[in-house]
Ligand binder design. Structure first.
Ligand SMILES: [Zn+2]
Length: 191
């Protein structure tokens, strides 16, 4: 999507966060896409780079948010809220969040990405290493395979596991030809 004349007019030819005027760009506030002016913010390269790398360590720069959070435009509100949230350890950011009144829809928008991240099911082995579909693992404990009448000993390797999509504690793998459910806390990922 391009920086349109109507967007530039809305932004008054300046970064909608910090008011810089050089090399303006647009940024779609996640999880929305850049297909609509109402989803995007006009930003300068400094703001954009920082947002994309989620690096807000230049806290002085981001004091501009105490102004932009009061914008009348929804995407600017949502983005400002998102970044202020990331800066909550700064008193001024905390104060800005507390003093502003935003629609619930804007707050939900601003929090949506973090929420999705939090909701994501991540499978980890006994040592906290992230497991993926197709990984090979070994058992860290003897495993009593129910119904198959055998015990898979500790150290048994299981190739090409499948993650159980809605349960971070379970994977599936084949042991002696049977596909069984294995608890992630009893496995170690193989390099
Ligand atoms: Zn800027």
């Amino acid at each position: 999507m391009k920086l349109t004349a109507s967007l530039l007019e809305r932004a008054q030819n300046a970064c909608e966060l910090c008011s810089a005027t050089e090399d303006l760009n647009i940024y779609a506030v996640p999880p929305k896409a850049g297909d609509d002016d109402n989803n995007v913010v006009v930003v300068c390269p400094t703001c954009l780079g920082s947002i994309q790398s989620k690096n807000y360590s230049d806290t002085n720069h981001w004091r501009c948010l105490t102004g932009s959070i009061w914008s009348e435009h929804a995407p600017v509100q949502a983005l400002s809220y998102q970044i202020l949230n990331a800066l909550q350890s700064e008193n001024w950011a905390q104060e800005a969040l507390e003093s502003v009144f935003l629609d619930e829809a804007i707050i939900n928008w601003a929090n949506a990405e973090a929420q999705m991240e939090a909701d994501k099911v991540v499978h980890k082995d006994a040592f906290g290493v992230v497991l993926e579909n197709g990984d090979n693992i070994i058992l860290t404990q003897n495993l009593n395979v129910k119904g198959a009448n055998f015990i898979a000993p500790k150290g048994t390797s299981v190739r090409k596991i499948k993650l159980v999509p809605d349960n971070a504690e379970q994977i599936e793998g084949k042991i002696e030809g049977d596909t069984i459910v294995i608890l992630t806390k009893y496995v170690k990922k193989q390099a």
